[in-house]
Design a protein around this ligand. Structure first.
Ligand code: ADP
Length: 349
């Protein structure tokens, strides 16, 4: 059963709906991510769930009980919700342990065991009596996390909670945070504008645009079967092949693609992620190697290749129609400009 249900929420500001009919549910132990560009309504949605803002129409339910609708509006502290934001602030005059115990009835005296256990789970057992200024940014973040989790909130709302951290620290803290939230079986609603963060953290991604959820599903699903070109382009650089449908077929460098249901002359855009192209050597003009049987191949000439650490980005000019395509390949491979190569697109992509 869902722990949190957002039922047809709208929020009107200054003559427009910044949230326009958002529905979503989160079960215990599940991380759902509201992902979208800045200004699409993510934070407003989160604030409505928290109870610090109020929807214009729609309902919020926690464990099947309405906490907010046209009539009712339970205050934030009566919703069983924990909050974690980017600009979390620890109380500077309180020790780490007292910070963690802050929201617990009876304070540190009654809950010392719980506080110790939580601090140990994030490897901060040794900082029990320390003060916030003695901790690094990442350590403070972990304290803020366990402080939010200490009262065992049924629901955790997180708004860009990791964006203040530097890259390498961020990955580690994301992973620890995720592990702890799973252990506690918390229902999590996470807001971010970063697709990498969403894919790393979420069981379910709700992709938002202009106040609406345009696609929802597991990261694998949203990444590999985007609803439209913009949804595809939100997750990575994309190639767009342009063509025209004729007799339900569209001509591309990779051969003819089925474009059923389109009338003759209809413009077609075919979107291919650079990650989904593979490069095969053209062995003296004999064509791609036989493993290309799992896909369709097209020949092109390398225009530019850039080394980017884990991978190389290679730009091609395709023989077929002079169109440009980018492919991301393992960085062991950095072809020279002018090299003719085959690009293979797996059929399932
Ligand atoms: P996101 O979190 O996706 O960046 P927000 O939910 O913060 O987006 O904002 C969505 C839109 O609502 C923005 O255009 C923002 O300017 C507007 N907005 C947010 N809060 C208010 C407010 N209190 N009054 C008027 N407009 C607001």
């Amino acid at each position: 059963a869902p722990r949190l249900e957002i039922d047809q929420i709208t929020r009107h500001f200054d003559g427009r709906d910044v949230v326009a009919g958002v529905s979503l549910s989160v079960t215990p132990g599940q991380v759902t991510c509201l992902l979208g560009p800045s200004g699409c309504g993510k934070s407003t949605t989160l604030r409505i769930v928290a109870g610090v803002d109020r929807q214009t129409t729609g309902r919020i339910l926690v464990d099947g009980v309405v906490v907010s609708d046209d009539g009712r509006h339970a205050p934030p502290e009566h919703r069983g919700i924990g909050l974690m934001f980017q600009d979390f602030a620890l109380f500077p005059h309180l020790s780490v342990a007292h910070n963690v115990a802050f929201g617990l009835d009876g304070g540190l005296r009654r809950h010392e065991a719980r506080v110790r256990e939580l601090l140990e789970r994030v490897d901060l057992g040794g900082f029990f009596d320390a003060f916030p200024h003695q901790l690094s940014g990442g350590e403070q973040q972990r304290v803020a996390l366990v402080r939010a989790l200490a009262p065992r909130p049924a629901i955790m709302l997180m708004d860009e909670p990791f964006s203040g951290l530097d890259n390498r620290l961020r990955d580690e803290i994301r992973d620890r945070t995720l592990a702890l939230l799973k252990e506690e079986n918390t229902a999590v609603l996470l807001v971010t504008h970063e697709p990498d963060e969403a894919m790393r953290m979420a069981d379910e991604i709700a992709l938002m645009r202009a106040g609406r959820i345009v696609q929802q599903g597991a990261p694998y699903h949203v990444y590999n079967t985007p609803v439209d070109r913009a949804a595809a382009g939100f997750f990575s650089d994309i190639n767009v092949l342009r063509g025209t449908s004729r007799g339900a077929l569209t001509d591309t460098p990779f051969g003819q693609f089925l474009t059923p249901g389109l009338s003759d002359g209809a413009p077609v855009e075919i979107v291919i992620r650079p990650q989904h192209l593979r490069i095969d050597f053209d062995r003296q003009g004999r064509g791609p190697n036989p493993t290309a049987s799992d896909g369709v191949a097209a020949r092109g000439v390398v225009q530019r290749a850039r080394f980017m650490g884990r991978e190389s980005l290679v730009e091609f000019r395709m023989d077929h129609d002079g169109s440009s395509l980018k492919a991301t390949v393992p960085a062991v491979f950095l072809p020279k400009p002018g090299t003719p190569l085959w690009l293979t697109l797996r059929r399932d992509r």
